[in-house]
Structures are given as C-alpha cells and as structure tokens.
Design a binder for this molecule. Structure first.
Ligand code: SAM
Ligand code: DTB
Ligand code: SF4
Length: 358
C-alpha cells in the first residue's frame, strides 16, 4: 500500500522499486496531481517557471543513430549540417536570450562526443566563459564526456550538463544501437565528479510501453544525488527518422510521467521540454500542475519548432505564472559548489498567504 502522507512529505529517497513507482504513476489523476503539488510546494515557489534558451552550436551530421533525432547522419531529415558557430555568434544569441528573460542558456552540439583536445573543444570552452560572463547560467549538451573533458567544461564555467537516459534500459536498444546505456551512465558519473550539476531525463511517446516510462523513472531515481534538472520531452516526430509515423501518445501519459518524476525526485526541477507545439494550453497547464517548473523559450529548440515568446507570454498571462527571476536561479552560489534549489523544504514553508488584489 502506498503511504501518501509519507510521499507528500517530500523525503528524498533513491530506492523506489518499479512497483512503487508504477503505483504512484497509476494513482487516480486527482490524487496524483495533489501529491505532486504537495511535494513541489515544499521545494519551489509554485508560480515561478524557469526559462531556458537553447542554441544549436553545431548542427546535424551526428554519427549516432538515435531513432528520434533529426540530427543523426543515419537519416535524411532535411536538417542542414552546420559546423561549430563562432564565439561571437554564440555570445550575440546569449545576449538576446538574456534580454528575453532567460536565466539559463543551453548550448547543444550534435556530437557523439566532443572531439578530444581539439580546436573545436577549445572554442566551446571559450564560448562558455564568454556566456557565463554575461551573468547567465550556462548549460551544455555535447554528447559523451570523459573525466578530463567534464573538468575542462566545469572550469570554463558550465553549471549544468544535459545528458539524457531517454528511456528504460530494456527499450534503449530499440532506439539507439551505436552506444549502450552504460555509456550514458558513465558520462553522468564524469559530470558529477567534475562538479557540474546534472540535467538528465528522457522522451515520452517513442512507442515505448508504460513499463519503459517506469523503468526510466527508476533509473533517474537511482542517480544519487538526483539530477538537479529532469527534462521530460514529448517526441517531436521528424520526417525521415524511424519514428516519423509513431502513433501519438495520450497526453496523460506525459502528465503522469512528470508528476511521478516530481514525487520521486522532490528536489529536482522538472522541465517540460520538447513537444510543446503539439500540446494545447490546457495540456501544458496540466503539466505545470503535475510539477513541471521549467520550459525552453524561443521559437526553436535545437532544430525543431517551439511555441515562441509571444505564445508563452500569453500562456503565462492566462495561467498567472511568471518567469523565475535570473537573480533567484542561485547562479551566484553555484560558482564552486553544487547546491540544492535555493528554496529548500527546511526553509520554505508552503506559502499560504498570497497578495491578491481585493
Ligand atoms: N548529442 C547530444 C546528446 O545526444 O546528448 C546532445 C543533443 S541531443 C539533441 C539532446 C536530447 O534531445 C536527446 O538526448 C533527446 O532526449 C532530445 N531529443 C532529440 N531529438 C528529439 C525529438 N525529436 N523529440 C524529443 N526529444 C528529442
Ligand atoms: C532535452 O532534454 N531537450 C532539449 C535539450 N535537452 C537539449 C533538446 C530537444 C531537441 C528536440 C529536437 C530538436 O529540436 O532538434
Ligand atoms: Fe547525435 Fe545527440 Fe541526435 Fe543522438 S540525440 S543523433 S547523439 S545529436
């Protein structure tokens, strides 16, 4: 039997079994969302959403065969391959992101792993330092890393490294065959060891079974400490990829995945990531109710469309949500240590007063 009161306490655990995770996932939606909200309010201000902006700094031509990815060289998707952007182009994009209210800037490269001790990697390091100097939190997602590369990125000023497990260990081989699950886990270890925070999640809607979504959540829960940020992507079906004709998944599976992630990793910021252009305002609102507290802004993710600033502004107005101010992302405390979200359960009591206009 699930002890809902204990779950609502927001206690951090790394040992949830698949059965427990599935029992949470399968709760009546009313109880599931109430539980997710109860936990979320313990650690985060519920009306603030962290805004991150993505930039593809090296596009297409990737050696890996991830079945969902428009940037894989194994598929013809119409994505124009582009070499590494110059430092000044990256910095201009970061300035624009900051002006639009973003507090985190995430640079993505279509690499299996960054070329070792290369001019290109040095250029990425230079770009990281320049973007960090703008006062933005810097995130990178460049593929697999070894310990030295991870350390170099940390020293250049990277706060968070995104590297997703994508799905369960069992379903993984149906999606990617050019690397194994353990490769991903090894990179996550190097990222932690270097002192960067971990951004790790997965994709919903790739033809996986519920047991695979539970399996992904189990793997994420076993990462100790939990990833500070957990992106949950809804598959963006891209023509030319093996998943182009995948049947659309019921959006409640996405909502349940987000809510369960929020409950079993209470201190982690859950990010409603790719796939928002396929979602109604109501569906996105449900994801926020399920505990998602971060989105990617702008009209493009890496290569595929995203709703854009005007649409997001309208949605936030309707829902009464606001961007998490850059000053509250905790950037200033992140210099030399990994810290938990600034609002902690011990110091933040669910705020039961609200300044409303009467
Ligand atoms: N090459 C690096 C890697 O794989 O780690 C970084 C970039 S990769 C595009 C980052 C993540 O984007 C993937 O791990 C996957 O979870 C997500 N992603 C890629 N294509 C997607 C799609 N079509 N729909 C949803 N998520 C996608
Ligand atoms: C993540 O989990 N989702 C983002 C970010 N991490 C790098 C990427 C989504 C990419 C969607 C497909 C594209 O735009 O190419
Ligand atoms: Fe390459 Fe990353 Fe796309 Fe996989 S997800 S094909 S590693 S860019």
């Amino acid at each position: 039997m699930l002890n809902l009161a204990e779950l609502a306490s927001g206690k951090v655990r790394y040992d949830y079994t698949r059965d427990e995770i599935q029992a949470i996932y399968d709760l009546p939606i009313t109880r599931l969302i109430f539980l997710a909200q109860s936990v979320h309010h313990k650690y985060f201000k519920p009306d603030e959403i962290q805004m991150s902006t993505l930039l593809s700094i090296k596009t297409g031509g990737c050696k890996e065969n991830c079945a969902y990815c428009p940037q894989s060289a194994h598929y013809s998707t119409g994505v124009d391959a582009q070499g590494l952007l110059s430092v000044s182009t990256i910095v201009e994009a970061a300035k624009a992101a900051k002006a639009n209210g973003s507090s985190r800037f995430c640079m993505g490269a279509a690499w299996r792993s960054p070329p070792k001790k290369s001019k290109q990697f040095d250029q990425v390091l230079e770009a990281v330092t320049a973007v960090r100097a703008l006062g933005l939190e810097v995130c990178t997602t460049l593929g697999m890393l070894d310990d030295d590369q991870a350390l170099a990125l940390k020293e250049a000023g990277v706060h968070a490294y995104n590297h997703n497990l994508d799905t369960s260990p069992e379903y993984y081989k149906d999606i990617i065959s050019t690397r194994v699950y353990q490769d991903r886990l090894d990179t996550l270890k190097s990222v932690r060891k270097a002192g960067m925070t971990v951004c790790c999640g997965g994709i919903v809607g790739m033809g996986e079974e519920k047991v695979d979504r539970i399996g992904l959540l189990e793997q994420l829960n076993q990462l100790a400490p939990h990833p500070e940020s957990v992106p949950i992507n809804l598959l963006v079906k891209v023509e030319g990829t093996p998943l182009q004709n995948e049947e659309a998944i019921d959006i409640f599976e996405m909502v349940r995945t987000i809510a369960t992630a929020c409950i079993i990793m209470p201190e982690s910021r859950i990010r409603l990531s790719a796939g928002r252009t396929q979602m109604s305002d109501e569906a996105q609102a449900l994801c926020f109710l399920a505990g998602a507290s971060s989105i990617f802004t702008g009209d493009k993710l890496l290569t595929t469309p995203n709703p854009g600033d005007d649409a997001d502004h309208r949605l936030f107005q309707k829902l009464g949500l606001k961007p998490l101010p850059a000053s509250e992302t905790g950037t200033e405390f992140y210099e030399n240590e990994i810290v938990k979200p600034k609002v902690k359960s011990s110091s933040y009591q669910a705020d039961l007063t609200y300044e409303a206009t009467l």
